[in-house]
Structures are given as structure tokens and as C-alpha cells.
Design a protein around this ligand. Sequence first.
Ligand code: ZN
Length: 196
Amino acid sequence: MFLENKANRDKHSGWIEVITGGMFSGKTEELIRRLKRARIAGQKVEVFKPHIDIRYHESDVVSHNETSIGAVTIHSSERLLLLSSNVDVVGIDEAQFFDKELPRVCQQLANQGVRVIAAGLDMDYKGMPFGSIPQLMSIAEYVTKVHAICIRCGDLASFSHRLTANNNLIVLGEKSTYEPLCRKCFNSVKNENNLK
Ligand code: ZN
């Protein structure tokens, strides 16, 4: 479990945390846990999500197990800078869906003293790195990879296999659309489907 780093912390130094992994791995749940703890600590917290994700609730960040926190929906990462003045902690959900400016924006916020916590998918349904998450992981001080459970064999799952034949990169996640798989099961499904 991630514990907040207190070493030599002062009010003017920010940093970046990334919570990443496949579908159903508990990324959003972990994001909400950290944000709620920051609020308990009396810090000013703002939560953002990209315009695209309307899976459960228009203006909340909601995890698959339905814990939630109020969030502002924005169309571009640049808006984060405008909406984060006097904020101690910025939470970002579904970070993989933001535009490619997100790492620069997170960097700027952290340089201004903000604790930035970004959660998002590390890989798309083909198992390829997703959006700006690789860049974010590089510049982050703390990276947490969380895992789901492979529904075929019970091993730890890192891959999100799409059950429907849709080539769109963005198909929002429900249990009927994706299944979490381990590397071995993902590869054997891929072979079965003749995908590359
Ligand atoms: Zn498996």
C-alpha cells in the first residue's frame, strides 16, 4: 500500500504520483483513497477527469466498486492550470484520455508546489502503451502499478482484453466489454483471435 511520503516535506515542494494498471485493477479506488486522506489532512483537493469518461456519473470520479469523489470534467489539460490555483493536491482520473500536453502541465503544477496524483491505464486493449501515461511515469516521483485478477486462471492480470470486435481505441469500460487477463492468457487469446 502506498503511504504518503513525509520526509523533509515542506509546503513549497510538489511532486507527481502515477497510479496505473489495467482495467479493474483498482486505480480509481486507490486515487480516491489518497485524495480522501489528503482532505482529512485539511488539504485543498481538486479532482479532474477528461470530457470523454461518462461511465457512471457526469461530474464524479467513481470507481468500479462505486466509491466516489466530486470531479470537474475538462476538455483539455491546459484547463488544469487555470482551475488549480491555491490547490494543494490535484487528482486526475482516466489520465490516458487527456491530450499530449498532460505531462508538461503536471510538471508545471508539481513545480509550483502541487501534489499531482494521476490515475490511468498503462496499456490499451492491444497491450500497447496508452496516451501520455509512459511520459507521466517517467517524470513521476512515485509510480504504483496495481493489478486485477486474471479471470481465466486467477493469476495477477496486467492486460485488458476487449471482448467486443471494435477497433476504436476508446471504448469505455464495463465488465461486459473487457476482461482482465495475465500475460499468458492474454497471449493465448491473441493467438486465438489472430490479432497482432
Ligand atoms: Zn491468466
